[in-house]
Ligand binder design. Structure first.
Ligand code: NAP
Length: 257
C-alpha cells in the first residue's frame, strides 16, 4: 500500500459508515495521514464525530459546499491546525430526488442548478480554497468521485450524469491550471456501491445486478477497493498522474455488447 505518513488531508462527503469518503478516510488514516473531516449540517454531525473517533487526532468541521463562507472557514481551520494541506478528497454530490425520478426532459432549472452546484462547482470552490494551503507543502493531490453516467445513459441517473460530466471536465481544467504548482487533480469513476446517495436512484439494485452479470470481473466493486485506489492517487506513488479519470468498476466501462 502507498504511504501517506506525515501527510495532512481534508475529506469532504462523509455521511455515514457506508460513505465512499469514509472508506477513503479510513484507508488514508491507516496509511499514516492526519485528517480533517467535514459534515453537512447538524443532522450528520453526530455520525461523523462518532466515526472520526477511530482516527488519530481528527479535526471535525461543518461544511455545506454550497456556502463559500463555510468553505473559507474550513480552509482557515485547516491552516490553523495543520499549517498546510497535502490532499483533498471531494465526495459531495446531490440532486433533488424529483429530478432523478422524472424523465430527463422534465429537469427543472432549479434542480439542474442545485445538482451542478453541489456536485461539480463545489470541486472548483474547494480547490481554490485549499490550493494556497497545498502551496505551503510544495504541492498536493485532489481526488474526486465520479460515475460512468457522465458518459453513458443510465436510466434514473439523469441530471446527475450531466453534473458528473461537468465534474470530469473540471478535473481536466483544474489539473491544467494547478499542475505548475505541483497540485494534481484526478477522479475515480467508481462502480455502483450501496450508499445513502445511491439509494436515491430508482432501480439501483438492478444496476448492481447488471454489473455482476456483465462486468469483466463478474462482481460488484466495494468501497475499500475505491479507497485503496484513492490512497494511491493521493500519495507520492502517483506523482506523475494528473487530469485522469481512473475507473475502479471491475472493468464495466470497457464492455460493449
Ligand atoms: P453518500 O455517503 O451519500 O455521500 C454523499 C455525500 O455528499 C454525503 O455526505 C452528502 O451529505 C454530501 N453532500 C450532499 N450535499 C452536500 C452539500 N451541500 N455540502 C456538503 N456535502 C453534501 O454517498 P456516496 O455514494 O459515498 O457518494 C460519494 C461520492 O461518490 C459522490 O460524488 C457520488 O456521486 C460518488 N459515486 C457514488 C457511487 C455509488 O454507487 N455509490 C458510484 C460512483 C460515484 P447528505 O447526506 O447530507 O446529503
Amino acid at each position: 500500500m502507498a504511504s501517506l505518513a506525515g501527510a495532512h488531508g481534508l475529506v469532504v462527503g462523509v455521511a455515514n459508515r457506508r460513505s465512499i469518503s469514509w472508506a477513503i478516510a479510513r484507508a488514508a488514516g491507516a496509511a499514516g495521514a492526519r485528517l480533517a473531516l467535514t459534515y453537512q449540517g447538524e443532522r450528520l454531525e453526530d455520525n461523523v464525530r462518532e466515526l472520526s473517533e477511530t482516527l488519530e487526532s481528527p479535526l471535525v468541521l461543518p461544511c455545506d459546499v454550497t456556502s463559500d463562507q463555510q468553505i473559507a472557514e474550513v480552509a482557515a481551520a485547516v491552516e490553523r491546525e495543520f499549517g498546510g494541506l497535502d490532499f483533498l478528497v471531494h465526495g459531495a454530490a446531490f440532486a433533488p430526488k424529483a429530478e432523478l425520478d422524472a424523465p430527463f426532459l422534465e429537469t427543472s432549472r432549479e434542480g439542474f442548478r442545485i445538482a451542478l452546484d453541489v456536485s461539480a462547482y463545489s470541486l472548483v470552490a474547494l480547490a481554490r480554497a485549499v490550493a494556497p494551503l497545498m502551496d505551503r507543502r510544495g504541492g498536493g493531490s485532489i481526488v474526486t468521485l465520479t460515475y460512468l453516467g457522465s458518459q453513458r445513459v443510465f436510466t434514473g441517473y439523469n441530471v446527475m450524469g450531466v453534473a458528473k460530466a461537468a465534474l470530469e471536465s473540471a478535473v481536466r481544467y483544474l489539473a491544467a491550471e494547478l499542475g505548475p504548482r505541483n497540485i494534481r487533480v484526478n477522479a475515480i469513476s467508481a462502480g455502483p456501491i450501496k450508499t445513502l446517495a445511491a439509494m436515491g436512484i430508482t432501480g439501483f439494485s438492478d444496476i448492481l445486478h447488471v454489473y455482476r452479470e456483465r462486468a469483466p470481473m463478474r462482481r460488484n466493486v466495494d468501497a475499500a477497493e475505491v479507497a485503496d485506489a484513492a490512497v494511491f492517487l493521493l500519495s507520492p506513488a502517483a506523482r506523475g498522474i494528473t487530469g485522469e479519470i481512473v475507473h475502479v468498476d471491475v472493468g464495466f466501462h470497457v464492455v460493449g455488447i
